[in-house]
Design a protein around this ligand. Structure first.
Ligand code: ATP
Ligand code: MG
Ligand code: ZN
Length: 271
């Protein structure tokens, strides 16, 4: 672009002629500030005479950095909320998509990844992992919560048996947390994993009723359910049937029957 203005200056330190040429002058579309692009020779030092070009007035870089640090603070906050509200076994703390060896469960892995990648609060859907022990149902569910948290959404992972025990413990008058607080955290999260449904031996009417109430409150939001129970097992009682029917709403079933990773690792370790 041709110079639109020329300023002749006298450099006070060197006494040499100091010429600034304004190459462009415009309003930045990013930060809406007035920007000047100029060119001038270095006045002194080893680079004296060298022509340098500068852009002044644009704050886009600073604004990006502020936005980035605000986003990072939000993610840290969401991660802290996840840790505070989740009930998760220690062997799953580090589970990620990267640490999952997909092998025979490549399709399940891809479906879980797709669920995380296309996560959109406006379009709620459920994932339903059903299958035998140690195939990675919980691992993939944790991996989804991590990826979705990174995208800026609130997530909770709960071992269903632990949840029911925790709720029961709130009935103790010395309990720090109330049942209402626990349920409200679950109700409000963007994504909740209900892990190990049906493993709680919750023959008790209270446990199933409670579980039903909590899952019912989650209708219209994103949920992931994992279970060892087969569809027939959910016919055992009316409460289980009602829970099963809620879980199936808008759900993608992912069947994971196959090699138990825990046993495979154990067999390797004794070789
Ligand atoms: N394919 C895999 N690659 C890496 N680690 C795996 C894989 N499958 C399982 N694991 C690990 O093995 C352990 C058991 O897996 P996980 O808890 O996900 O199984 P599960 O299907 O939920 O079993 P269960 O039905 O008993 O709850 C976890 O520590 C998990 O991280
Ligand atoms: Mg599990
Ligand atoms: Zn700008």
């Amino acid at each position: 672009m041709q110079a639109i203005n020329q300023i002749m200056n006298r450099n006070m330190t060197t006494g040499s002629k100091f010429e600034i040429e304004i190459l462009a002058h415009y309003c930045c579309m990013g930060c809406r500030e007035e920007v000047k692009v100029s060119r001038f020779p270095v006045a002194a030092g080893p680079e004296k005479g060298k022509i340098v070009k500068t852009k002044t007035g644009c704050y886009c870089k600073e604004l990006d950095e502020i936005k980035k640090s605000q986003h990072e603070a939000r993610i840290r906050n969401l991660q802290a909320t996840f840790e505070r509200n989740s009930l998760i076994n220690p062997d799953l703390q580090e589970a990620t998509f990267e640490s999952y060896e997909a092998g025979e469960f490549t399709k399940a892995y891809e479906q879980a990844r797709k669920f995380a990648d296309s996560f959109n609060v406006e379009k709620p859907s459920n994932l339903f992992f059903q299958g035998s022990f140690g195939t990675g149902k919980s691992h993939l569910s944790v991996a989804v919560t991590k990826a979705v948290t990174e995208k800026g959404y609130s997530t909770i992972f709960i071992s269903t048996p632990k949840l029911l025990t925790k709720i029961r413990s709130t009935y103790n008058k010395f309990s720090e947390q109330s049942e209402g607080q626990i349920i409200s955290a679950i109700t409000n999260a963007d994504l909740v994993v209900f892990d190990d449904i049906g493993a709680e031996g919750e023959a008790s009417g209270w446990a199933l009723q409670k579980l039903f109430e909590i899952i019912d409150q989650r209708i219209g939001k994103h949920n992931i359910f994992t279970t060892n129970l087969g569809s027939k097992d959910f016919e055992r009682s009316m409460d289980l049937q009602r829970i099963f029917s809620r879980m199936m709403m808008n759900a993608t079933p992912i069947i994971m029957d196959g090699t138990d990773y825990r046993r495979k690792q154990f067999a390797k370790s004794i070789k």
